[in-house]
Each structure stands twice: as C-alpha cells, then as structure tokens.
Design a protein around this ligand. Structure first.
Ligand SMILES: [Zn+2]
Length: 251
C-alpha cells in the first residue's frame, strides 16, 4: 500500500466492499464485522484534516488521538484548537494520546499514570468542549502495556480486547509490517483495529526520509512566522538572513 491519499481512499473502499463498517471504541460490539480506524497525531496537527475529510466523504468515522504534552505542537494554540475542532465537527472522535515519558518519576506506576491520564483528558475536553473518553499510549513502558489499565470513565485502546478480539495492524515508522489489504480482501478477521498516522500520507508518495526532512525544514518557517507575530518589525532585523524561509520541497 502506498502512502498516498489515493491509496488510503482505496483502503476505505476495500473495507466497504468487504462489509467492514467503521466503529468507535465505544460501539464495536454493535457490529458483526467492523474496523476501528485510529490515528495517532505524534508530530503535526496540520495533516489530520486531510485524512479526516477523506473519511467523512467516504462516510466512515475514526478516532484521532492528540497529545497535550508534545514539544511539536500546542493543542491550546488557536491554530491547533481550530484544527482539532474541525476534525471533531466532521463526526470523528477525539481521544487522548498519552505520553508516559512526560512523567519520568512515575513511569510504570499504574495508579499514578491513571491520575495523569484523567488530568490530561480534562485538559483536552476544554479544547474540544466535549467529553474525552478514549486514550491511546505513545511509547508506553512494558509495565503499562502489560497492566491492561482500566481507567474510570475512559476506554483504553491498549486494553487486551483490542488486540485479542481484533486483528491489529499499523503503519508505525511508515511501514506496514503485515499485509493489511490482503487481510481485508480475504475477510480473514471480523474485527480489524487499524492504526494510521496522517503524517506519512501525501498526494504524491514521499520517502520516509523526505517526509521527516520536510517537517524539520519547514519548522524554520513556522518559527519565523510565530516570532513575527510576537515581535514587531521582525523583517527589519532578519530579512537579510531569511534564506531558511524558503519552503522545503515536497509538500
Ligand atoms: Zn504516538
């Protein structure tokens, strides 16, 4: 499968043709055959609406997991708040993507981790102005992975059921380790749990290297714009050295 929007559309079509309905973590039991579509936003909010829009057009719905402790994006900034609300208003669910490594002192401590998850979910609720009741883990420790955390009022997408009763496949590190399309076409499993990262998908496929390179290079431009917004007459000071403002190719 290519890492393009066209290819993702085909994946959604194939799911439909083979009778897989799209489900949320909350309602999959209502279906005899379904796919939970999940997206983790690890680096860049801007890529989420492209995928969200494709899904909306195809009449399928998914869960977007976003972080509140990221060094890459601030979910409370006006730009990101607008994006996450846009995705939510398309009918998708917004869940919490929880990074345990943000709390080095309590790593592996289930009780304390649950408190942090609840705290972060409350923060995210302020952004989307709706309940946040699903969580996925970003780089969980082995202890937390094995703990099968039961979080009051929330569904943990890492609960064993989502791996035991579902066939779980993901494009982590921009690499499908398993033949997702064949699984769907052969209808080998009644329940599919599919993780895709919007970050890897473009109109024209980009290599792993180029995708990351573009993101890092464009960081200069974004930082300049943010500085400009906060510092009057920035151009007077910086324009002669502004070669880093040239868009890195490939977007
Ligand atoms: Zn992640």
């Amino acid at each position: 499968m290519k890492f393009t929007y066209e290819s993702y559309k085909n994946l959604l079509n194939t799911l439909k043709i083979h009778g897989y309905q799209s489900a949320f973590y909350h309602n999959w039991q209502d279906f005899e055959k379904c796919a939970i579509l999940r997206h983790d936003i690890d680096y860049e909010m801007e890529m989420a609406p492209y995928m969200a829009n494709i899904e909306r057009e195809k009449g399928v719905f998914s869960t977007y997991f976003v972080m509140v402790t990221s060094d890459f994006y601030n979910i409370f900034s006006i730009k990101n708040t607008q994006i996450v609300k846009l995705v939510y208003n398309m009918g998708h669910e917004i869940g919490l993507h929880f990074d345990e490594t943000a709390y080095p002192d309590i790593m592996g401590n289930s009780e304390e981790i649950i408190k942090k998850i609840n705290k972060e979910a409350k923060l995210l609720e302020q952004v989307i102005e709706a309940p946040v009741t699903t969580v996925s883990m970003h780089k969980p420790s082995l202890e937390i992975l094995n703990a099968n955390l039961e979080i009051p009022g929330m569904i943990n997408s890492y609960e064993k059921v989502f791996f035991r009763d579902f066939k779980y496949v993901s494009d982590s590190r921009r690499n499908w380790k398993e033949p997702i399309e064949r699984y769907i076409e052969n209808e080998e499993y009644s329940y599919l749990h599919i993780l895709t990262h919007p970050f890897w998908y473009h109109n024209v496929e980009q290599t792993l290297h180029d995708t990351i390179h573009r993101f890092i290079s464009n960081g200069n431009k974004q930082r300049y714009e943010t500085f400009d917004f906060n510092f009057s007459r920035l151009d007077d000071v910086m324009k002669e050295n502004a070669d880093y403002l040239i868009d890195s190719k490939g977007q």
